[in-house]
Design a protein around this ligand. Structure first.
Ligand code: 13P
Ligand code: SF4
Length: 333
């Protein structure tokens, strides 16, 4: 915490964050896995793709990113002239940790005919070593634009990669990373919930392992799960993703019941992301006050990582051409 003293509490804390936000000309972006009080204060709450788009388009001078580090890095890469702050710099991601850049580089070099389609949940260094970045909401659409005879490495999430491979019938070389949160969902607990709530659909994130996905009625990104939950006719939905998103579901449909699938034996909090949980209102206040912790990367790294990110934005926008990123990766038929 800063030498400037302790943050205020309660309503004063909320008012001070608003005041600092205006003073700094800042925008607060938050992921659906953030604590409800952060989601409620944010200017925009979204999934990884929506947040990348917002970061690329904002006029604000400061982006206060309430999410994890790879998301804040993405915001900085897409808006390098902005100051990007993250309330807690230790807010990492197990998928990022599972993919050290030197090992990923060696893997790529061992498969020179493959392109690297890489999940956004990775370091800026791994992005710089990749051809196209995807999010869970854009992965299928982007994969469909890659010629069928093009060999592909997909990393670092083997469950998202495996899900896409099964759905598309394409054989991709998968990096063996996992999300510790989605990996922990218990099939036993899910089956108990299904028995207690007969007919309740299951909505799951594709970071879940196949034994959870196999029970799902809807599989998609956080925004797609939120849409499904808001639109379903069912009174109760079983939610197999990080449970802080239930806050948005309850706001959208207060008439329905949303039940988070537990992790482990159902008695732990292991379905909650420990990295996302590091951000608090107090740390957000300090970050806006001090403009620290700040995301900093070399221009060289940002330039290299921007290319595959820009391809994602272009391809997710529905255009097969590569927009302003120069040479297309694939020949058009
Ligand atoms: P999306 O919000 O893009 O679905 O990603 C979920 C996630 O794991 C964020 O870390
Ligand atoms: Fe990473 Fe999983 Fe947390 Fe998302 S939920 S930030 S993938 S550890």
């Amino acid at each position: 915490m800063s030498v400037l003293g302790k943050p205020p509490a309660g309503d004063e804390l909320l008012a001070e964050i608003q005041r600092l936000k205006e003073e700094r000309n800042a925008v607060i972006l938050a992921h659906y896995y953030q604590k409800p009080e952060i989601q409620d204060l944010a200017d925009f709450v979204g999934d990884s793709l929506d947040l990348s788009r917002k970061a690329a388009a904002t006029d604000a001078e400061v982006i206060a990113f309430c999410g994890v580090r790879f998301m804040a890095e993405t915001a900085k890469i897409l808006s390098p002239e902005k100051t990007v702050i993250l309330p807690d710099m230790d807010a990492g991601c197990s998928l990022e940790d599972s993919c050290p850049p030197d090992q990923f580089k060696a893997f790529r070099e061992a498969h020179p005919d493959h392109i690297a389609l890489t999940y956004i949940n990775c370091s800026a260094e791994v992005k710089a070593l990749s051809d196209i970045i995807v999010t869970s909401s854009s992965a299928q659409q982007i994969l469909d634009q890659i010629p069928l005879d093009q060999p592909i490495i997909f990393g670092p999430d083997r469950h998202l990669g495996g899900y896409l491979a099964r759905k598309s019938g394409r054989d991709m070389l998968l990096w063996p990373g996992i999300c510790i949160v989605h990996q922990a969902f218990s099939e036993t607990e899910l089956l108990k919930l299904k028995a207690e709530h007969p007919g309740a659909p299951v909505a799951a994130h594709p970071e879940c392992p196949p034994h959870i996905i196999d029970h799902a009625d809807h599989v998609g990104s956080t925004s797609s799960i939120l849409k499904f939950c808001s639109e379903t006719d069912s009174d109760t939905v079983l939610v197999a993703t990080e449970p802080h998103i239930i806050h948005q579901m309850e706001k959208a449909r207060p008439d329905k019941t949303f039940i988070g699938v537990p992790g482990g034996d159902g008695n732990c909090n292991c379905n909650m992301c420990p990295y996302m949980a590091l951000n608090t209102l107090e740390k957000l206040y300090v970050a806006l006050r001090d403009l620290e912790p700040r995301i900093e990367m070399s221009d060289e790294l940002m330039d290299a990582a921007r290319l595959p990110l820009q391809r994602m934005l272009d391809m997710a926008g529905g255009t097969v051409g590569m927009g302003d990123v120069g040479k297309p990766l694939f020949k058009k038929d």
